[in-house]
Design a protein. Sequence first.
Length: 438
Amino acid sequence: MSELGPVYPGRASLGKGHTSLDAVRRPSVGVRPDANCLAVGTVAVMRRAFLLAAAAFVVAGLAGVQMRFGMQYGLPGGWRLEHVRFAHTHLMYFGWATPALFALICSLVAERTGRPPSRLARAATGLALASAAASFVPFLLDGYGFTQVGALRLPLSMIASSGALVAWGSWAVAYAAATWDLRRDLALVAIDAAVLALLIASAGAWGLAAAAFAPVAPGMLMDRLVPFYLGVFSNGWFALAVVGLLAGALAPRVDERLGRVAVVLLLAGTLVAAFADLLAIWPAWIAVAARLAAAYGAVVLGLQVALAAGRARWFGALSLGAMLTAKGLVEGALALERVARWSERAALPVWLAHGYLLGLVTLALAWLALRRWRPDAGGWFWGVAATVAVLLVGIAPLTQAWPFARGVWVLPLAAWASLAPVVGIAALAWVVAGGRRS
C-alpha cells in the first residue's frame, strides 16, 4: 500500500518511468464501465499541461525571490516592487494553480466517463497557460497600468490577461458538457461550486478590464474589483476545486450529506462576503455572518477530508485536511473586526496568504499529481512540503507576531527561503515527468 493509495502490479506501461493509473484505478462513484479505456495520449496531454503549469510556478517563484532581494538591494532596470508582486501573484494564480486544477479535473472527469477530455477542454487549458505567460512581462514592467507602445498607451497586462477570461469560460463549458449526465457525488458537487465561483470571479475581472479601458476609470471601483475577483478566485475556486479533487480521491469514505451542506456554506459565504465588500452598502453584520458561514464550511470539509484520509492511512491527504480545517478556523477568527485589525497591525496577511496558497493549494496539487501520475513516488510529497515549510519559517520574522529578536538577517533569510519551494516544485515536475522513484 502506497501513501497515495494502492500500487497495482499490473499497470499498463506508458514507456520508461511512466504508468497509466487510469488503466487500473478502482471504480468510484459515477465511474462508467468503460472508464479503463482512456487513450494514453490524452492522459499524457493533461500531464504535460500540469508540467507547463509547474514551469510557471518556477518562474513566478523566482520573481518572488527577486522581489525579496529587491527589498534589500533594490531592483534592476527601474522595476517597482509593486509591479514585481503583481507579476508574481498573477502567474501563481493563473499560470500555476488554475491550469494545474484544469488538468487534474479533466483527468478525474475522463476517468469517470471513460471519454478523453474534449478538444475544447484541452484548448482552454492551453490558452490559460499561454495567456498567463504572455501577461507576465507586462505585469512585471507596468503592473495594472499602461505601457507606452509607439504613440499609444495601452493596458498590455489587461489585454494579455483577457485570453485567460476566454479560457476560463470555455473550460467551464467543456466541463459542463463532459459531466452533465454524471451523478453528482460530493466530488462533482464541490467542483461544480468551484466552477461557479470561477465564472463569478471572471465577471469581476471583466469589469476590471472594462474599467481600465474607460476614459475615466472609477478609482474606488478599481480598488474594490481587484480584491473581489482575487478573493472569490482564491477562497471559492481554489478551495472548492481542491476539496472536490480530494473528495474524488477519497470516495466513498467521505460523508456525502454533510459535505454537500458544507460546500454550500463555503460557496455562499464566500460570495456574500465578497459582494458585501464590493458594494459597501450592506450592514456590516452580513459580511461577518457570511465569513463565519464560509469558515464553518471549510472546517467541516477539512475534518471530512482528514477523517477519511486517516481511515485510509493516507497521511499526506490527512495533513491537507488539517490545513483546510486550520484555514477555516483562521478565517472565522478574522471575521471578527478586532482580530482582523490585529492581523493587519501584525503584518500577518501576507504570511497567511502564503500559508494557504502554498501550504494548502500547492501541496494539494502536488499530492494529487503524484497520486494520479506517479503513485509509486508518494514520498516526494513530503519533500515538497518541507520546502514550503522552509519558506513559511523564513518569512515569519517579517511579521510583527514573530516573538524573537530581529536583525539585519531578516530580509536575506526571507529571500533565500523563498527559493525553497521553487526547488521543490521543479523536483516535483521532474518526478511527474518520469524521473526518479521514491
